[in-house]
Design a protein around this ligand. Structure first.
Ligand SMILES: [Zn+2]
Length: 277
């Protein structure tokens, strides 16, 4: 595990993620975006020496630098949301940026002890903030959530979330509550959101989802009973779709899309290309 200490001078090549409320700082060169260098960060008034180690990207070590809200950017620099890094960069860079954002979010929100209020200190040997007074340790939080493709015969259940900025249809998802197994989360969430019962849950795969600290655990399930009845709040619309009559679906980088593509492959239907943005 990487430590949260400042980068040493003899490290490998580095990738720098400068992350603030507005997103990730990038320089635009012609039509392409580039991440900043250490020198560029310093010239923008940021402090690369205060960076937090945030893992690796290819053969580079990643470092996360917090960007204050009032930072004035010279021409050529802008902020991209972590979500838009999915298309502006490649998938590994998107994930590394998400990790950088997660590490910074944890560091910012664990500056004080949650039990006694004392200012915490970084532990040198691991990613941990510790209270010098009462000893409470604070590690980064990771919130598990399930995401489920429900099948009924040769159809699959897709739902449109009323809060999505783009009106696409996706698989159902929900956070695990204290004391629940992932399977219990699946049954509870699906019943709450669309009023149906499912059976035969099968693990599919996982995806870290840095908004701000989820781990999406993908499953498939079979419809067992009940008619779709949406809650009308989180879920605006839900239907069983045929593979030949798909609505707008999520981008290929998402685990929702991997679940949908796995089903399409079984149906012998090609996966549609990502929608241009
Ligand atoms: Zn304390």
């Amino acid at each position: 595990m990487t430590s949260s200490s400042s980068p040493s001078e003899n490290a490998r090549a580095r990738t720098w993620f400068a992350v603030g409320k507005a997103g990730v700082l990038v320089r635009q060169d012609a039509a392409a975006f580039a991440l900043p260098t250490r020198e560029e960060l310093a010239s923008l008034g940021l402090s690369p020496e205060a960076a937090l180690a945030s893992g690796t990207l290819g053969d580079t070590d990643c470092f996360a630098v917090a960007v204050p809200e009032d930072l004035a950017l010279p021409p050529g620099w802008s902020n991209l949301t972590i979500r838009s890094l999915m298309t502006a960069f490649d998938a590994p860079t998107f994930y590394a940026a998400g990790t950088a954002g997660h590490v910074l979010d944890w560091h910012t929100t664990s500056q004080f002890c949650g039990r006694c209020g004392t200012h915490t200190e970084a532990v040198a040997s691991e990613r941990c903030m510790k209270c010098p007074k009462c000893g409470l340790t604070q590690y980064p939080r990771i919130a598990p959530a399930v995401i489920v493709l429900v099948r009924r015969g040769d159809q699959a259940l897709l739902a449109r979330n009323g809060r999505f900025p783009v009106p696409f249809f996706s698989t159902l998802a929900g956070f695990t509550e204290i004391g629940e197994t992932l399977e219990e989360t699946i049954h509870r969430e699906i019943y709450e959101e669309v009023g149906i019962r499912v059976r035969d849950t099968k693990y599919h795969g996982t995806q870290p989802w840095p908004f701000p600290h989820s781990l999406m655990v993908g499953f498939t399930a079979e419809w067992a009973s009940g008619d779709i009845k949406v809650d009308g709040e989180e879920i605006a619309e839900a239907r069983f779709f045929s593979a030949h009559d798909l609505p707008l679906i999520p981008p290929k980088i998402s685990i929702a899309r991997r679940l949908i593509d796995g089903w399409l492959e079984e149906m012998g239907v090609p996966s549609p290309p990502d929608r241009p943005r």
